[in-house]
Each structure stands twice: as C-alpha cells, then as structure tokens.
Design a protein around this ligand. Structure first.
Ligand code: APR
Ligand code: PHB
Length: 394
C-alpha cells in the first residue's frame, strides 16, 4: 500500500472536482484529484452548455476564461414557442443586464484540465476501487488502485465531486441522509448536428407531440433535444426520423425552422429531480451532481455545481488561513437553499413545457394558459428571467 498526504482529497474530475481543485490552488491549498474514467472520456462527454453569469464570473476570477471569452456566445434572451408562434423573453432587459453564455460543459472541463496540468498538482485518471474511510475523524482517507498499485491518501477533508453515480454519497450511512426524489415519465433525446444555428438564441418549444429545444455550440454546430420515452433506444431514431420530428415540433408560423445537417452524436438521458440532505457527513463534503440533480430544462446542473465549489473553496480557505469553521459549518445549509430554488425552477420549466400521457384535457388547457400568461406578463417573464440567468453566487 502506497501512502500519501494532501489537504483536500477530491473524488471526481467533472466540472465540480476540477474547479474546486483550481480554486484551492489559487488559495495555496493542495489537493489530489482522482477520476475513474480516462481523460479522453471526460473531455469528449457532451453535456449541458448554458453558463450563468455567476459561472462566467467565477471562471474569469479563477483566470480560466480566455477561451470562454473568445468562443462563448452571450445570449441576452430566449424564445418560448407554442401554438405555432415564437415569443422572445429579453432576459437582459428584465434583469438589469444579466445574460447567459453558451459554452459546452466539455469545453469547461477541457480548460480546467489544462489549468490543472499547468499547476503541476496531481490529477489521476483511470483510478479504480475508490473508497472513502474514517470520515468522522480529523484525517479521512481515500483508498484506491492506480497504475497496478494500491494507494491510501490521508486528507484533512474529502470532497465528493463524483457525480450522481459516484461512491461518496453512498458512503454516508442511510440514517444520516434524507433523500428527496422525483422521476419524470419522459427523457430527452439529445443531438449534436453539423448545421449552422438559424436562431441567435435558444428556442424552448411545446408542441402537441411533446417538447423540443433548439440550442447551439458554435456558428457551425447546432445542439437539439426532443422529449422521448425515458428508456428509449437512441438507435431507434434514424437521422431522417430525428429531423422530421425536430422540424415538426420546432417550426413556427413565421417560417422559422432549424437547419438540417449531418448528425454527429445522439443519446438519451432520463430526467429526475434529486436532493440529498445534508451535503456533509463529518469531514466529507458533497458538491455538484453527487448531492443534487435537476432536470435539464432549467439549465441549472452545471451552475449549481460551480456555486457549490465556490462556497466550499472559500470555506476551506477560511479554515486554513484563520482556523475558522463557521463557513464550513454553513456550507450545506447555504447550498441547499440555492439547490431548492433551482429545483423549484427546473421542475416548473419542465412541467410547463412537457407533455405527459397522464395529462387530462384540463391539464393541457392549464398548461396552455400558463404559457400565455408567461409571454403576456412582464412580471411572469421577469420571474423566469431572474431564475434562468441565475441569482449571484453567495
Ligand atoms: N471515483 C472517481 N471518480 C468518479 C467515481 C469514482 N468512484 N465515480 C464517478 N466519478 C467521476 C465521473 O467519471 C465524472 O467524471 O466523477 C465525475 C463527476 O462529474 P459530473 O458527473 O460531471 O458531475 P459534476 O462535476 O458534479 O458536474 C455537474 O454535470 O451531469 C452534469 O448536468 C450536470 O452540468 C452538471 C454537471
Ligand atoms: C444545451 O445547450 O445543451 C442546453 C441548453 C438549455 C437547456 C439544456 C441544455 O435547458
């Protein structure tokens, strides 16, 4: 068994683990990041792409925003489409100038890996059999296999940034954890297409055949989603079928439609709302998807993860510079407040924009009335806008 020591042991090199490692580096705190997948897998995984202003500001403050500034696409508004018409919500005007930036999560991950490698601090890919131990002692440990050897890493704190399917949350005894969960009876078929975006901003659409979303990654790449069954096999969707459905669900009476092009990637994801409370057990702190999942309709997952690690890094800085534990003790409560705000918003966006087989005719009419109210009321649009652009990180 090879033994080593660090201040903060980080499990998972998604956006949460990588950003935490980088923020700690900027505070002069050392960490080891352990990731079970390969570097290529982590970089190539196409995920969400909407960055709140708080996430953009965090990346700028952390000096990892050079490429984001060059390639990120600032969007001041979004469109909501239903009944054959598109309605623009001018988020910047409604929120005193706040906006979102389109930049793929995998690009964020790539920039953070480059930054980590630049610091020379440890980041190990393809580690196996990761387990966390002694969490209620001042020296929690992470044991893992890497490069054919068994390792034990002794830490002051362990950060569980290992996503929804990771091992950190499940290391917490069930009686210390309260789980809140809701599964939705549908999923999203996500598509990446080599086609230039035909709208400058995102289009969220509710059609009788279900939800569709038009997004983008660059001036040459469109990102699109279709509501489908949660267990749908993406291989059952030929390119022709995908485009026919996208065009049916997205086209509006003003003649707008997405441009068609070769499909580069496709995949189905289920949708769930999930919260684990509290986000701490002894010296283990959960951050990002390890602690909470939101359905993607509100575009909040990545941003919640970033807000978590910003708060955790500041709290650890207070611990090391002034031996103060108050911020660390407040980490979970403050995070849960933000999480539940995002849960409510993501659930609301999801239920407003999806069709469910259990919908009654009453549900349909109510849903239509909700959309009409949204696009006809400045108060309702402001409510959407201030949640969509995100409240400042706290
Ligand atoms: N040991 C080491 N690493 C692990 C383990 C393990 N036992 N289990 C999982 N991991 C890794 C995963 O391979 C993944 O790279 O932890 C990482 C977790 O990353 P994400 O799932 O991206 O989660 P997070 O960093 O919290 O980012 C949240 O990701 O799912 C999206 O929409 C979500 O945008 C949100 C963001
Ligand atoms: C995306 O571009 O991948 C995206 C955009 C908005 C969402 C979800 C995903 O709500």
């Amino acid at each position: 068994m090879r033994s080593a020591r660090t201040q903060v042991g980080i499990v998972g090199a998604g956006p949460a683990g990588l950003m935490l490692g980088h923020l700690l580096h900027l505070h002069g705190i050392d960490s080891v990041i352990l990731e079970s997948r390969s570097r290529e897998h982590v970089i190539e995984r196409v995920r969400a792409g909407v960055l709140e202003q708080g996430t953009v500001d965090l990346m700028s403050d952390a000096r990892v925003a050079d490429r984001l500034r060059r390639e990120g696409m600032r969007h001041d508004g979004i469109h909501i489409a239903f009944g054959g018409a598109r309605h623009r919500i001018d988020m910047a005007e409604l929120t005193g100038g706040r906006a979102i930036t389109i930049y793929g999560q995998n690009e964020v991950v790539k920039d953070l890996i480059d930054a980590r490698l630049g610091t020379g601090r440890p980041l190990h890919f393809e580690v196996d059999a990761v387990g966390v131990h002694d969490l209620l002692t001042p020296h929690p440990k992470i044991r893992f296999d890497h490069g054919g050897a068994a390792h034990e890493l002794t830490c002051d704190v362990v950060a569980g940034c290992d996503g929804f399917h990771g091992i950190c949350r499940s290391a917490i005894p069930a009686e210390h954890l309260r789980i809140y969960e809701r599964e939705y009876p549908f999923g999203w078929l996500g598509v990446l297409a080599a086609a230039p975006p035909t709208s400058e901003e995102l289009v969220y659409s509710l059609h009788d055949r279900g939800f569709a979303l038009f997004s983008m990654r660059s001036p040459a790449i469109t990102r699109l989603y279709l509501q489908c069954a949660p267990d749908e096999n993406a291989d059952d969707w030929s390119d022709d079928r995908i485009w026919a459905e996208l065009i049916t669900r997205l086209s509006t009476a003003d003649g707008w439609a997405p441009a068609v092009g070769p499909i580069l990637q496709k995949g189905v994801t289920g949708m769930r709302s999930f919260v684990a409370e509290p986000m701490r057990y002894g010296r283990l702190f959960l951050a990002g998807d390890a602690a909470h999942i939101v359905p993607p309709t509100g575009a909040k997952g990545l941003n919640l993860a970033m807000a978590d690690v910003r708060r955790l890094a500041d709290a650890l800085d207070a611990l090391y510079t002034s031996r103060r534990e108050d911020a660390l003790n407040a980490y979970s409560d403050r995070g849960l407040r933000r999480t539940w705000r995002a849960q409510r918003f993501s659930w609301w966006m999801t239920s407003m924009l999806h069709r469910s087989e259990s919908d009654t005719p009453f549900d349909r009419r109510r849903q239509h009335a909700e959309l009409e109210y949204l696009v006809g009321s400045r108060a309702a649009m402001t409510s959407l806008a201030e949640n969509y652009v995100g409240v400042p990180f706290d």
